[in-house]
Design a binder for this molecule. Sequence first.
Ligand code: PMP
Length: 352
Amino acid sequence: MTSKFWSETVRRTEPYVPGEQLDLPDLLKLNTNENPYPPSPAVLEAIQRELNRKLQLYPSPTVDGLRRKIGGYYKLDSRNVFVGNGSDEVLAFSFMAFFNSSETIRFPAVSYSFYPVYAKLFNIPYEEVSLNRDFTIQAECFFQSEGGVIFPNPNAPTGIYLELEAIRDILDSNPDQVVIIDEAYVDFAGESAASLVNMYDNLLVVQTMSKSRSLAGLRIGFALGSPDLIEALNRIKDSFNSYTLDRLAIAGAEAAILDSEYFRKTIEKIVRTREWTAEELKKRGFHVLPSSANFVFVSHYKHTAEQMYTKLKEQHILIRHFKKTGINNYLRITIGTDEQMQQLLNQLDKME
Ligand code: PMP
């Protein structure tokens, strides 16, 4: 559909479609990579304290306290930190801040499906780079890009992690372009490229508190980079909305980043459940890609992905099926609690 009132920008958009949200009391939601555990109790206390304070006043436009705490966690200066309303917003600002209409950017052909949406919205030409047959990223394919590079690490929806050495090679070969590493799932994997921020002025690391810190509902994302890159993001933000994080989100995010004990324990539980789930799925005839995230990407030797998706939905279990060439026989399953994964396995067993 279209309308005579729509701007050219609206006409060329192809909006992102978020994972379904069904309103069923017994729904098992394993389709948007949310954390099955609640946030740290310290987060809830901080939000409660803030609620009793100054909701009639605007929040801080510079969010210094949270930026300092995130900087402290990564041993960086607060001038290396930008915060935003979910990492989707940080990513959108980054496309505006670092990519141009005259230069082609690159991202993997199997990757986060929001990237082509931003590229179309901001009129940025892009090239989708094929992955290897085993779904790994080939670093050389991202060398000497014309307009910049962006990819998730671990990649989504494959869950496969790329070593920092390969990321360094990509950064070295793109000295005049920004390389954005979207680390939405890195806490479930291993090393963050945050350790490279002081070495590479062309590196922007984007992270979120939606997954490993159980705060999808609060909308907190952040970016780590050289002060020049952070200043560019601030210039975009302040040309758009000065207060992207509200008072409750700021208070909750500060408490979340400080509670590293709770964070570590939650991640340990999810990683343990992931490894167990992967083994159980393999026993049932699934091909499971090696995941470093809080989800697994799988296909079955007999049942098609579409069949399994539909059958599970009938049983009120939601998983993600992307109808996209190359991955349409795969399913992305978020890792929940042990009990939730057992429930999924029980339903799969009934399909044999
Ligand atoms: N990057 C990737 C790769 C994701 O999968 C997601 C979650 N859909 C995001 C960024 C955005 O997360 P949020 O906006 O909740 O921070």
